[in-house]
Design a protein around this ligand. Structure first.
Ligand SMILES: *[C@@H]1O[C@H](CO)[C@@H](O)[C@H](O)[C@H]1NC(C)=O
Length: 305
């Protein structure tokens, strides 16, 4: 009788375990396609999470967060950029966040999003990263962020609000972190002063804006690469200078004397400027809004090649 009870308990336990394993398997996103993840953590502003887990997943994978432009979606950025194919080559996971707002832009204007753990869009994206690190045993020292236009603005905001999470960032045609600030604390507000390149200040002031988003933080910060087109009529090219000033200021580089400059790099009519090992600008002469994603160059900046 005792044996029977023991057997029954073991059987029930085994059944419970396998049911749980099946449940977990169903909760884990399928590899090799874009999948939505729900319940990734606190998400007060309803940002959706999509993920691409490559078939060729590395054992302790890196993570690339790829953030869409205004009017965009996770799906559109997944199909329109090379990150998923690059994930198959290099074994990393791609997170594609998706904005909750009707204009499909990101909130880069409210106090909440411009503050570490402030409960805004940036907080939700950070929670996607920590979810992915724990579910996939990802390498927390190899987490990267990139995006285009509004997604580039958010890339700068992520680097400023969650410096401890990211090793590097690449912003395609954005504005400095804090440049779209809404004086009235509106969420997802357009700021024409900044967009038109009239928010002009010193590297020191831009650096203080970054540091003010996570007061007291003194750890490492992501190295930043800034792309911008010289004929950008949506986010005026002055935003290139201002964003490079911002990160040069954060790293204590002298903005007025960059260390090196390469013409026609990474392609004809692009000029690459290095202010130091952690800040690189890439100015695309004759290119408007937005500069195309340079996947292979991103892989170099992130250290995959
Ligand atoms: C736009 O952003 C700038 C900082 O770049 C800020 O000083 C200004 O108050 C903002 N404009 C509005 C209307 O909120």
């Amino acid at each position: 009788m005792k044996h029977f009870a023991y057997l029954l308990t073991t059987l029930v336990y085994a059944l419970t375990c396998s049911a749980r394993a099946v449940g977990n398997a169903r909760l884990m996103p399928r590899a090799g396609s874009l999948e939505q993840v729900t319940g990734y953590g606190d998400n007060p502003t309803d940002v959706d999470m999509y993920i691409y887990v490559p078939n060729n997943l590395a054992s302790s994978p890196a993570i690339v967060v790829a953030i869409h432009y205004c009017t965009g979606t996770a799906q559109a950025y997944y199909t329109g950029t090379p990150y998923a194919q690059l994930a198959e080559q290099h074994g990393f996971i791609v997170i594609y966040p998706e904005t909750p707002y009707d204009d499909r832009c990101w909130d880069v204007s409210s106090q909440a999003t411009l503050t570490h753990n402030g409960g805004g869009n940036s907080n939700s994206i950070a929670n996607m990263v920590t979810w992915t690190i724990s579910k996939y045993n990802a390498d927390s020292s190899k987490v990267f962020v990139t995006g285009t236009s509004s997604g580039a603005m958010m890339t700068n905001v992520m680097a400023a609000t969650y410096p401890e999470l990211f090793a590097a960032g690449t912003a395609y045609s954005g504005v400095p972190a804090g440049c779209f600030l809404s004086a009235a604390n509106q969420v997802d507000a357009w700021n024409s002063t900044c967009a038109q390149g009239q928010s002009i200040t010193t590297p020191e002031h831009w650096a203080d804006v970054v540091k003010g988003m996570y007061p007291g933080y003194s750890g490492s910060r992501p190295k930043m690469q800034i792309y911008h087109g010289s004929t950008d009529a949506t986010l005026y090219p002055q935003n290139y200078q201002e964003t490079c000033k911002q990160w040069a200021g954060v790293f204590g580089y002298d903005y007025d004397s960059p260390q090196s400059e390469q013409q026609d790099t990474p392609e004809a009519n692009y000029v690459t400027t290095n202010w130091g090992p952690n800040v690189q600008g890439v100015y695309a002469n004759g290119v408007g809004h937005s500069v195309p994603v340079h996947g292979d160059a991103d892989m170099k900046w992130f250290g995959f090649v």
